[in-house]
Design a binder for this molecule. Structure first.
Ligand SMILES: Cc1cc2nc3c(=O)[nH]c(=O)nc-3n(C[C@H](O)[C@H](O)[C@H](O)COP(=O)(O)OP(=O)(O)OC[C@H]3O[C@@H](n4cnc5c(N)ncnc54)[C@H](O)[C@@H]3O)c2cc1C
Length: 242
């Protein structure tokens, strides 16, 4: 796929979330592919540039294998993302991203701005942080009904506080915290994005962030940087046994 077609592409995630690619460096109009931007940056060490596809790809794999990481910082992705706060709580721990978020002090929340999961996952037996399997359908449906009631009550209290003249920054104390959807603009370079993807696509990452990481990788990163993605899978996701 041409990278130009990726800009503006939006992928829907969870029940009301999405991710959209806003911009990329190198910009598709520049006629320089992301993979080549990485190769050319590496060759500045010798004041050279592209040497043809075979040698360029070989160099990129060499860079990844030997963790010569700075050339991968020459490619950047900017996304607009709508995700529940439980996802953001984990995403913001990645300090190498630039971020700007919707302000709940400025914009009032809407009645349906809350995450409703499809299924209820069970507590994992062996990993205290993780989940595995599903709660049965009947109990799951009851839990979903209770969650919807909880959202309705929380939102009604939020509206009451606003109607009483309370500021938005305080009225939001009534909202169910982890599940409210926020929209952010985020930017990251390819090197730090690969670090994020390795951690957040892993099976022990929480599902609500894993789906965003997987969408970034499969819908944007891999089509934009096919050589880098191949090398990333070979040396970072599935490294050879040492
Ligand atoms: C499965 C899982 C479970 C987790 N559980 C918890 C938990 O229970 N509690 C909790 O608090 N967090 C938890 N985290 C978050 C985790 O501890 C990291 O904060 C998060 O994954 C970001 O990783 P990072 O610091 O490597 O990434 P980034 O912040 O993006 O940094 C990338 C790299 O840059 C370097 N770097 C960045 N800033 C600094 C700095 N100030 N000093 C030195 N080096 C720096 C480091 O090499 C770092 O690896 C969990 C993460 C995962 C994936």
């Amino acid at each position: 796929m041409m990278t130009g077609a990726l800009i503006g592409k939006r992928v829907n995630l969870l029940d009301k979330g999405w991710i959209e690619l806003l911009d990329m460096l190198p910009h598709p109009d520049s006629n320089l592919s992301g993979d080549l931007a990485i190769v050319n940056a590496a060759r500045v060490s010798f004041l050279g540039e592209t040497k043809g596809e075979e040698k360029d790809k070989k160099l990129l794999f060499y860079l990844m294998r030997h963790r010569h990481t700075s050339p991968f910082e020459m490619v950047e992705f900017k996304f607009r993302v709508r995700a529940p706060l439980v996802t953001w709580w984990q995403w913001v721990r990645h300090r190498t991203w630039s971020m700007n978020a919707q302000s709940g002090r400025y914009t009032a929340f809407e009645e349906n701005d809350f995450y409703v999961p499809d299924i209820w996952r069970r507590q994992a037996a062996s990993n205290k942080q993780a989940s595995e399997g599903e709660i049965g359908q009947e109990t799951g449906d009851q839990l979903t009904q209770k969650l919807l009631q909880h959202y309705e009550q929380g939102y009604a209290l939020y509206r009451q506080a606003l109607d009483a003249g309370v500021s938005k920054e305080m009225a939001r104390l009534f909202l169910p915290g982890f599940s409210v959807y926020y929209t952010w603009v985020v930017k990251v370079d390819a090197h730090n994005l690969m670090h994020f993807l390795k951690l957040r696509m892993a099976s022990d990452a929480q599902y609500e962030i894993r789906v965003y990481a997987q969408a970034i990788y499969h819908e944007f990163f891999k089509p934009a940087l096919p050589w880098t993605a191949e090398a990333f899978e070979q040396y970072m996701l599935n490294p050879p046994a040492s």
